[in-house]
Design a protein around this ligand. Structure first.
Ligand code: ADP
Ligand code: MG
Ligand code: ZN
Length: 414
């Protein structure tokens, strides 16, 4: 199997080497084991199931939370000459029927489905008559994070291992603190799973957090220091993304807005502009970004504190994928903490869930307040030990500054 997976990597996808961790995940799957793979954004998680899918033959089911993600991946696979299909709510009936015919006749190698589609009795019944050789759950943190009120079918995925006995299941995610990880392992696999956690460090991203004062001015100053670069600005509300984008435009910045309240055409047009042009600043809510793979994003700027350290990590991970110097900058103030607490308290969720959310928020506040190396704190949270990084505001502030300190010493000595 070692050779055949490398051949697929090269012949189908055109890559010479596996990225860290990919080969381990593939080998475990090819040996028939269930795998939970936790790998950073941009690490190449899709290939971890796409390559085994082609090595194994038969049909691979891929569960994905968003129609846009499925369509992206199917399009990319087809470009590489792979028979991939999706059946989803955005396609018309004929297209879905045609896709199903290809699946049923054994032509399709990878079939992308939302959990809501997959977990219907009709679909499960039809699929269980086919030769399913692998099941992949992409963005698997959704299992743990989307409560039963919102997308109940995510919980239902736990039935898969019973329905498709002897079919290896792989769950991949970039988001997994210890408790999310345990939660996924318990729900999907009843603990019978090999968990692989891969490196989280993204050393080329400079980490910084500043007290929120006049966020518009702070943002504009930051962007002016990165003029001409592509960047993502995250705001808490839809309204604020539009206000910020308008403000930036008035100040000569090529800024676009993106949030779930915009109509589909406008949203897609803005996303396409961001993806294809350079130097576009996307001002967005967290609706923007899942699966976004643009290599030359030079910075991610949070005008508001994110919801958790996991969310923060995933969001800043969209910067610097090309390995060049990039920056993650967050503004943070008391108002953010108050707002986040309110959000949690207002959620329609169990008190246990709320307690967990408050704890997660506390961790994030700890990260914002720390005087230690931020990367050490961030990686430590994900269970990785690290040296002081020299590339975060706290490390850089402690570096002796020739000018200031020697000047001061002279004055004091005088
Ligand atoms: P993730 O889901 O982990 O965020 P993706 O699966 O979207 O990451 O992959 C990110 C990018 O890395 C894609 O453009 C993909 O083609 C590329 N990639 C993945 N594996 C390799 C590899 N072994 N060699 C080179 N590029 C790779
Ligand atoms: Mg992915
Ligand atoms: Zn540091």
């Amino acid at each position: 199997a070692g050779d055949s997976k490398r051949r697929v990597l090269k012949d189908v996808f055109g890559f010479d080497d596996f990225r860290p961790g990919q080969a381990d995940v593939m080998d475990a799957l090819l040996a028939g084991r269930h795998v939970l793979a936790v790998m950073p954004t941009g690490a190449g998680k899709s290939l971890c199931y796409q390559v085994p899918a082609l090595v194994l033959g038969g049909l691979t089911l891929v569960v994905s939370p968003l129609v846009a993600l499925m369509q992206d991946q199917v399009a990319a696979l087809r470009l590489a000459g792979v028979a991939a299909d999706t059946i989803n709510s955005s396609l018309d009936r004929e297209a879905n029927v045609a896709a199903w015919r290809r699946v049923a006749s054994g032509q399709t190698r990878l079939l992308y489905l939302a959990p809501e589609r997959l977990m219907t009795e009709r679909m499960l019944d039809a699929l269980s008559r086919l030769h399913v050789s692998l099941i992949a759950i992409d963005e698997a943190h959704c299992i743990s994070q989307w409560g039963p009120a919102f997308r109940p079918e995510y919980e239902d995925l736990s039935r898969l291992r019973g329905i498709f006995a002897n079919v290896p299941i792989v769950a991949v995610t970039a988001t997994a603190d210890e408790s999310t990880r345990t939660d996924i392992a318990a729900r999907l696999f009843a603990e019978q799973v090999e968990t692989l956690v891969l490196g989280f460090d993204r050393p080329n991203i400079k980490l910084a957090i500043a007290p929120k004062q006049d966020s518009k001015r702070q943002l504009l100053g930051f962007i002016e220091r990165h003029a001409g670069k592509s960047g993502i600005i995250y705001c808490l509300s839809r309204k604020k993304t539009e206000e910020m984008a308008a403000f930036l435009k008035r100040n000569g910045v090529t800024a676009l807005a993106y949030h779930a309240g915009m109509n589909k055409e406008a949203r897609e047009a803005n996303q396409n502009a961001f993806m294809t042009l350079s130097g576009v600043v996307m001002v967005a809510t967290i609706a923007f970004g899942m699966g976004i793979d643009k290599p030359d994003v030079a910075y991610v700027f949070h005008t508001d504190m994110p919801g958790s350290l996991e969310a923060y990590y995933q969001e800043i991970g969209r910067a610097g994928r090309d390995g060049r110097e990039a920056e993650a900058h967050m503004l943070y103030g008391l108002g953010d903490i108050r707002m986040r607490r309110l959000f949690i308290d207002d959620e329609d969720a169990s008190s246990e869930h709320k307690r967990r959310s408050h704890r997660r928020l506390d961790t994030l506040i700890g990260y914002c307040e720390t005087a230690q190396c931020r990367r050490q704190v961030l990686l430590g949270y994900f269970g990785e030990e690290a040296q002081a990084c020299g590339n975060c505001d706290n490390c850089l502030d402690q570096a002796p500054r020739a000018d200031g300190s020697t000047e001061a010493r002279k004055i004091l000595a005088a």
